[in-house]
Design a protein around this ligand. Structure first.
Ligand code: SF4
Length: 620
C-alpha cells in the first residue's frame, strides 16, 4: 500500500452504506493531506447552517501525508467537523497510534455521515469495514471501551472512541485513542450525536514508498537533527510537565480565571514536583521523543490516581485556573476527564468560570448544588467533573460551555466567561503574550494555543524574527507566520512540538517527494502557500456560517483590566489596540476590513470557486 493511498472511506450510519472513494489528483496536489483534506471535504460537502449535532453534520477522521512511516512525529491523527461549541470550523488533533493504523488499513481519511438509530461501532480492517451494535459499550468509560474492543478484535487493534460525556452531548467532549485525545471544539460530541461509540482498526504495517532509500536517509537526517538539539533533549526529558516553570516566571500563567499572571505558591507546581510522581513515559507512533509522562499518586486522599499526563494545559486547567496547588488532585482530575471523555481545557475553564460567579455572588451556594467553590479549594473539582459529564445540577449548565452558560445565567456572567468564539482559553495569558492572544482571536477554531503557537514569546524563538511579547499590531506578521506554518505542518499532522528542532520544512518537503514522487513538494514556498490556502478556506467556511470581525475578539477582561503578575514582568499590561491589530492582520492577509478574504486573494490561492458562497457576506 502506497503511503499516500489517495483513498478514503465514506460511511453512512443512517443507511449502513459504506463506499471507497478516490481523492482527485488536483486536490491531492493542492491540499496534500491531513488538515488540507479535512477542510477541503468539509467545505465542499457541508451545506451552510448545518446543525452541528444534527444528522447532516459530517465527522472526518484523518491521518497525515506521511503517517505510518519511520519519519518522526508525523503519525498523529485529526478530526474535522462543524463544532457544536463554536458553530465554526473544528479541528482537533490526537496522538498515539491511531493515525498510523488508519493508514495501514488503506485510507487517508474516513468521512462519517448520518446518524445510527442505536449505538454502533465501526470495525475496519484491510479486508473490509463493518458496522456493529454497540449496546454493550454504551455507558462504558473510554478505557473500558478500548479494552473491550481489543478483547473482541485482537491486540493489533487501535481504537478511537468517546466516553459517557459525549453520549450525553456535553459540548466539549473528546475522542480518545489510548490515553491521547483529540480534545478541542467538541469533536467527540459530534461523534456521540451520531450514536457512534468507537472506530476500531485492526491492521499491520505495510506501507510502500516511492523512493525508500532516499526516504531512509532523510529520516536519519531528521533523527540527527533531533538528537543535536538541546530543546529537543529537554522535551524528551520533561515533555510539557515543566512549562509552568517558564510561564509563571514570565507572568503568563493564568490564575483565578485569568485574573493574575502568576500563582503565589507556584513552586509547589514545578516540573520537579511532578517528576517525583512520574512512573513512566510513552509516545506516539514513530517518535523518539516519548514526551508523554505518566504519574501515579501513592498516598493521601487521591492515592491510586493515575494519568498518562497531565501535560501543561491540563496541569494548569485544574491548578492555576482555581489557584489550587494540589498536584495529586490535578492528576485525579486528569484521569477522570480522560475516562469520561472531556476536554480538560474547557472543563477547567468552565469550572474556573463557576468559581468566579460564585465569588461575585452571581451564583448562590444552592445554584452550585451546595459545593464550596472558593479559590484554592480543589475538593469540589472531581464532583464538578462528574456533574458536567452526567449533566446533573450545575453540571448541566456548565456542560454547554462558558459562552452558552453565561447567556443562560445572565446577570453579567458573560464578563467572566473566558472564551473566543465559544472555545475556552488555554494556559497562556494573552495580555503578557500578545501574539499568542491574537492567535486566539483569529484562529479559525477559536481560542487554541496550537493553531499558531507563539514560541517567540514563550521560549524566545527567533524565527522568523525576535518578537517583543507586549507589542500588538506590530506583530501581525508573526501571528500570520505562526498560523500558516502550522497549517502547512498539519498536512502531515506533524506534531507541534517537533517544529522547533527537527521538523524543518525542507526535510518535510523532500520526504514528501521521496514518499509520493511529486517534485513540487520540495519547494518550500509551495508548501507554505498550501498552508495559507488551508487557513483561508477555513476562514471562508466560517464566513459562510456568518462569522466576521465581530467575533474576532478577546474576552472583555483582557481589553479592560490590567494584568496583575504578582512580581513577574508584564504587570499592568492590557490589550489596548485590538482594532489596530485586526486592521493590520486583515490587510496583510488580503482580507477586507470586515475580515472576509478578498476575491483577489482567493483567486491567487486557487480558491476562486468559493467566491460566490461568501459574496453575500462581503461588505459593499
Ligand atoms: S513530541 Fe510527543 S506528542 Fe509529539 S509526536 Fe512525539 S510523543 Fe507524540
Amino acid at each position: 500500500m502506497a503511503v499516500h493511498t489517495g483513498r478514503f472511506l465514506r460511511i453512512n450510519l443512517a443507511t449502513g452504506e459504506i463506499g471507497v472513494e478516490t481523492v482527485p489528483e488536483q486536490v491531492a496536489a493542492d491540499f496534500i493531506g491531513g488538515r488540507g483534506y479535512g477542510i477541503k471535504y468539509l467545505y465542499q460537502e457541508l451545506a451552510p447552517d448545518t446543525d452541528p449535532l444534527g444528522e447532516h453534520n459530517k465527522l472526518i477522521l484523518l491521518n497525515g501525508a506521511l503517517a505510518g512511516t519511520s519519519a518522526q512525529s508525523v503519525s498523529r491523527w485529526m478530526v474535522c467537523t462543524r463544532s457544536p461549541l463554536t458553530g465554526a470550523f473544528a479541528r482537533a488533533v490526537g496522538g498515539g497510534d491511531f493515525g498510523a493504523w488508519l493508514k495501514f488499513a488503506g485510507y487517508d481519511f474516513i468521512i462519517v455521515e448520518g446518524k445510527a438509530e442505536k449505538p454502533v461501532y465501526i470495525h475496519l480492517t484491510r479486508e473490509g469495514c463493518q458496522i456493529h451494535d454497540a449496546a454493550e459499550l454504551w455507558g462504558k468509560n473510554t478505557e473500558e471501551t478500548q479494552e473491550w474492543l481489543t478483547g473482541r478484535h485482537g491486540r493489533s487493534t487501535r481504537t478511537a472512541c468517546i466516553g459517557p460525556a459525549a453520549e450525553r452531548l456535553v459540548k466539549y467532549a473528546v475522542i480518545i485513542s489510548g490515553r491521547r485525545t483529540a480534545s478541542r471544539c467538541g469533536v467527540g460530541t459530534v461523534m456521540g450525536s451520531k450514536n457512534l461509540k468507537a472506530i476500531a482498526i485492526t491492521a499491520h504495517r505495510n506501507l510502500e514508498l516511492h523512493d525508500p532509500e532516499t526516504f531512509g536517509q532523510l529520516v536519519k537526517e531528521q533523527v540527527e537533527a533531533y538528537r543535536n538539539n538541546k530543546g529537543c533533549q529537554h522535551h524528551r526529558e520533561w515533555g510539557t510537565t515543566d512549562t509552568q516553570d517558564t510561564t509563571n516566571d514570565l507572568g503568563i500563567f493564568p490564575v483565578r480565571n485569568f485574573r493574575y499572571g502568576r500563582q503565589i505558591d507556584y513552586e509547589k507546581l514545578l516540573g520537579k514536583e511532578y517528576r517525583k510522581l512520574r512512573t513512566g513515559e510513552f509516545g506516539c507512533y514513530s517518535c523518539l521523543l516519548r514526551c508523554g509522562k505518566a504519574h501515579r499518586v501513592t498516598a493521601g486522599p487521591f492515592a491510586g490516581a493515575y494519568s498518562e499526563g497531565p501535560e501543561y494545559e491540563t496541569l494548569w486547567a485544574f491548578s492555576g485556573s482555581i489557584e489550587s496547588s494540589n498536584i495529586e488532585a490535578t492528576i485525579a482530575a486528569d484521569q477522570l476527564c480522560d475516562d469520561l471523555g472531556l476536554d480538560t481545557i474547557s472543563t477547567g475553564g468552565c469550572i474556573a468560570f463557576a468559581y468566579e460567579l460564585r465569588e461575585k455572588g452571581i451564583l448562590t451556594k444552592a445554584d452550585v448544588d451546595g459545593l464550596e467553590l472558593t479559590y484554592g479549594n480543589y475538593e469540589p473539582v472531581l464532583e464538578l467533573i462528574k456533574k458536567i459529564a452526567s449533566r446533573q445540577g450545575i453540571g448541566d449548565i456548565l456542560a454547554e460551555g462558558s459562552m452558552r452558560a453565561a447567556a443562560k445565567i445572565g446577570q453579567g456572567a458573560e464578563a467572566y466567561a473566558m472564551h473566543v468564539k465559544g472555545l475556552e482559553l488555554p494556559a497562556y495569558e494573552p495580555r503578557g503574550a500578545k501574539s499568542q492572544g491574537f492567535n486566539y482571536v483569529t484562529a479559525n477554531i477559536g481560542a487554541n494555543h496550537c493553531y499558531g503557537y507563539a514560541g517567540q514569546e514563550v521560549f524566545g524563538a527567533i524565527v522568523p524574527r525576535p518578537v517583543d511579547r507586549f507589542a500588538e499590531e506590530e506583530n501581525a506578521d508573526i501571528v500570520i507566520h505562526n498560523q500558516d506554518t502550522t497549517a502547512r505542518n498539519e498536512v502531515g499532522i506533524a506534531c507541534g512540538f517537533s517544529g522547533g528542532w527537527g521538523w524543518m520544512p525542507d526535510i518535510f518537503g523532500r520526504m514528501l517527494v521521496a514518499a509520493r514522487g511529486l517534485d513540487q513538494f520540495a519547494d518550500e514556498d509551495y508548501l507554505l502557500r498550501a498552508g495559507e490556502r488551508i487557513f483561508n478556506l477555513e476562514r471562508v467556511f466560517n464566513v459562510r456560517e456568518g462569522f466576521n470581525r465581530q467575533q474576532d475578539t478577546l474576552p472583555q477582561r483582557m481589553l479592560s483590566e490590567p494584568l496583575i503578575t504578582r512580581g513577574a514582568p508584564g504587570d499592568g499590561q492590557m490589550v489596548r489596540n485590538q482594532d489596530k491589530f485586526l486592521d493590520r492582520y486583515y490587510q496583510l492577509r488580503g482580507w477586507t476590513k470586515e475580515g472576509i478574504p478578498s476575491s483577489e486573494r482567493l483567486n491567487e490561492l486557487g480558491l476562486g470557486d468559493v467566491l460566490s458562497d461568501i459574496d453575500k457576506n462581503r461588505q459593499k
